[in-house]
Design a binder for this molecule. Sequence first.
Ligand SMILES: Nc1ncnc2c1ncn2[C@@H]1O[C@H](COP(=O)(O)OP(=O)(O)OP(=O)(O)O)[C@@H](O)[C@H]1O
Ligand SMILES: [Mg+2]
Length: 258
Amino acid sequence: MKNILRVESLTKRFGGLVAVNDLSFEMEARSIHSLIGPNGSGKTTTINMINGTFPPTGGRIYFGETDITGMQTHKISTLGIARTFQNIKLFSTMTVEENLKVGGHSRLAPHGVVSYLLNPVEARKEENKLQVASEEIIAMLRLEDIAKSVVASLPYGKLKIVELARALMSRPQLLLLDEPAAGLNPSERAEFIDVLLKVFESGIDLFLIEHNMDVVMNISDKITVINFGSKIAEGDSASIQNDPEVIKAYLGEKYIMI
Ligand SMILES: Nc1ncnc2c1ncn2[C@@H]1O[C@H](COP(=O)(O)OP(=O)(O)OP(=O)(O)O)[C@@H](O)[C@H]1O
Ligand SMILES: [Mg+2]
């Protein structure tokens, strides 16, 4: 099977702290791959390197066949990788639809404000592209009811879905999700799992960081477990739940399968 993402000996040092330590893994195309581990184990740092927020201290990152190590975030987004953030980053006074359009601006309408002044016809076309893309995503994620609502008025569960919808506006092939289900109640979590699966079925591969084991164990094809920046286990849900080192470092007794 083809890899969509390959990470080789990835390392990140912050001064004397080794946040990610010689980490290697492969993510297959058309899969949901999760990265789990205790607080501070280097999960967000790994995503930050993959999407170009900062370069690694060592190691390489391949998106398909392309070496994207150290590339700028904007370039990586153009190649087809999008992300969501651990803390929601939406414009609270704007509507859902407006937030989506802002999210799509860099990829679908790269000329922005200047083009409005210089070339109104081109600007209109770009605006149309954004409109079509946002309507498509709103329909796919069943957000029609709240499309015209101001973000600040929405419950937390919906904000998480809008955050994901906005990331889709760059038309990614691979979506990196940093704890998308954090803070959701059980019914919101069930709705969120449905949304994730819908996004996956639409053709987008998912790389997921998540503490909530209901989510991780239910939808992951493969799970990589890290502790203190190093990989301690990898496999499918059943093997990870039964791995003694994972149970000791992270899961605790609660998730032992009988
Ligand atoms: N920009 C930074 N500068 C300095 N240290 C950092 C920076 N980002 C992360 N760290 C440190 O690197 C380590 C890994 O942090 P990271 O945020 O990747 O953990 P995490 O696995 O995402 O944790 P959590 O589950 O709490 O989100 C932590 O010790 C953190 O304090
Ligand atoms: Mg984190």
